[in-house]
Design a protein around this ligand. Structure first.
Ligand code: ASP
Length: 342
C-alpha cells in the first residue's frame, strides 16, 4: 500500500522567491515549491497538502497558527501515515515545542522541516530536506509501526526531538541541534534511527490540547540588571508565568533586593521557571549558594529544558485553565520528553 502523507505548508525560506523590486525573499505558494522538486514523484507516495493562505515567514508565526496546524493534524490523523510540516527556520523550534505539548500521545510522525536556501536555488538544501522528511514520515519499523511517533525536526544530517531542538545557525545547513538530547536519526547515505532516543512506547492515545495562554514572558539575567528594571518586568500586567534565564547551573545574584523581588513575585502567584542561559547542561539548584537562594524563593527548576520548550509548555499549561498548583506540579515533570530530571 502506498504511504499516505499530508504536507502542511506554512511558508519559510524553502518556498520563497526573490521580490523583483527589493530583491528580498518572500513566501510563495505550494505549487511553485512542488514544481521544483519533481523527484518527489519517484517516492510513489500518496501526498496531499494544506497550505497557509498566504504562506508566511516564520517570524510572523503565532499561537493561532499552532492551533491551525494542530487542528489540521488532529482532523486528518486517522487518514494519513505521517505528517510533514514545511516551516521557516526562525521559529521552527518554538513550533516543534508547541506542537509536542498540543499533540500528546502521538503514534504517528509529525516531521517539521524547511531550508536555508529557497527550493528554486541551484544549491538548495530544500529538496533533500523535503524528500528525507517525506521518507521519515512514511518509515515503518520491523514491527510494522511508524519509526517516529513524535514531533521531530529534520534538518540536513539529523532528526531531532522537536521539544528538545534549538536553531543554532543562521548560515549553516545543519541549522538545528538538540544540546541536551541525542539525535533521533542520522542522515547520511541512509537514514539510521537511534532506537534508544526515539519514543516508540506502545499503546499511546492521541490527546489534543488546542488552547494556549500567552500570559507568559521571559526575564534574562545579566550583570548590571537593576532593581527598578527587574521589579518593573515582574509587575507586567496580566503575567502568569515567567521563564527566568539564569547563569550556569541555574544561578542568580544573592543581593537581597534581587531575592526579595523574586520572592514577592512568587508570593503574588506568578510561576517562575529557572532555565539556564547555557546552550548545554542543566539547572542544579543546590550546587551553589547562588542557585540555592533562588530556589528558596519558590522558583521552579527547569532542569535541562530549552527556552523554546519552557515558554510553550507554560502557554500550554495555563491554556488548560488549571490552577496555580497544578501548573507548578506539571512543570516539575516532563510531558513530552522535553526534559531529563536529575
Ligand atoms: N525568515 C525565514 C523564516 O523563518 C528563515 C528560514 O526559513 O530559514 O521563515
Amino acid at each position: 500500500m502506498q504511504p499516505r502523507i499530508l504536507i502542511i505548508y506554512t511558508g519559510g525560506t524553502i518556498g520563497m522567491i526573490e521580490d523583483p523590486k527589493s530583491k528580498a525573499l518572500a513566501p510563495f505558494d505550494f505549487s511553485h515549491l512542488m514544481e521544483n522538486v519533481p523527484k518527489v514523484k519517484m517516492l510513489d507516495y500518496h501526498i496531499d497538502n494544506i497550505q497557509f493562505a498566504p504562506p508566511i515567514d516564520s517570524s510572523d508565526m503565532n499561537p493561532e497558527h499552532w492551533q491551525h496546524i494542530t487542528s489540521s493534524i488532529a482532523r486528518n490523523y486517522d487518514d494519513y501515515d505521517g505528517f510533514v510540516v514545511l516551516h521557516g527556520t526562525d521559529t521552527m523550534a518554538y513550533t516543534a515545542s508547541a506542537l509536542s505539548f498540543m499533540l500528546q500521545g502521538l503514534s504517528k510522525p509529525v516531521i517539521i522541516t524547511g531550508s536555508q536556501l529557497p527550493i528554486g536555488e541551484v544549491r538548495t538544501d530544500g529538496e533533500e530536506n523535503l524528500i528525507t522528511a517525506l521518507q521519515i514520515a512514511a518509515a515503518k519499523g520491523s514491527d510494522g509501526r511508524p519509526m517516529v511517533q513524535e514531533v521531530a525536526i529534520l534538518f540536513e544530517n539529523y532528526l531531532w526531538r522537536g521539544c528538545r531542538s534549538t536553531k543554532r545557525s543562521a548560515d549553516h545547513f545543519n541549522a538545528f541541534r538538540s544540546n541536551n538530547y541525542p539525535y533521533l536519526a542520522k542522515i547520511g547515505l541512509g537514514i539510521t534511527y537511534d532506537q534508544d532516543s526515539l519514543d516508540r512506547t506502545e499503546g499511546k492515545t492521541l490527546r489534543v490540547f488546542r488552547k494556549l495562554d500567552t500570559s507568559v514572558m521571559c526575564i534574562d539575567l545579566f550583570p548590571g540588571l537593576n532593581e527598578t528594571t527587574l521589579r518593573h518586568q515582574l509587575a507586567t500586567p496580566g503575567i502568569k508565568g515567567i521563564v527566568l534565564r539564569t547563569y550556569g547551573a541555574g544561578n542568580g545574584p544573592t543581593a537581597p533586593w534581587f531575592i526579595s523581588a523574586i520572592r514577592d513575585a512568587c508570593n503574588r502567584g506568578i510561576v517562575l521557571l529557572n532555565v539556564t542561559q547555557c546552550v548545554n547542561g542543566s539547572v542544579h539548584s543546590n550546587r551553589y549558594v547562588t542557585g540555592d537562594m533562588l530556589s528558596g524563593t519558590g522558583v521552579i527548576s527547569g532542569h535541562d529544558i530549552t527556552f523554546e520548550a519552557a515558554i510553550t509548555k507554560m502557554m500550554h499549561l495555563f491554556g488548560k485553565g488549571v490552577g496555580h498548583d497544578e501548573v507548578v506540579r506539571a512543570l516539575h515533570r516532563p510531558l513530552a520528553g522535553e526534559m531529563t530530571l536529575d
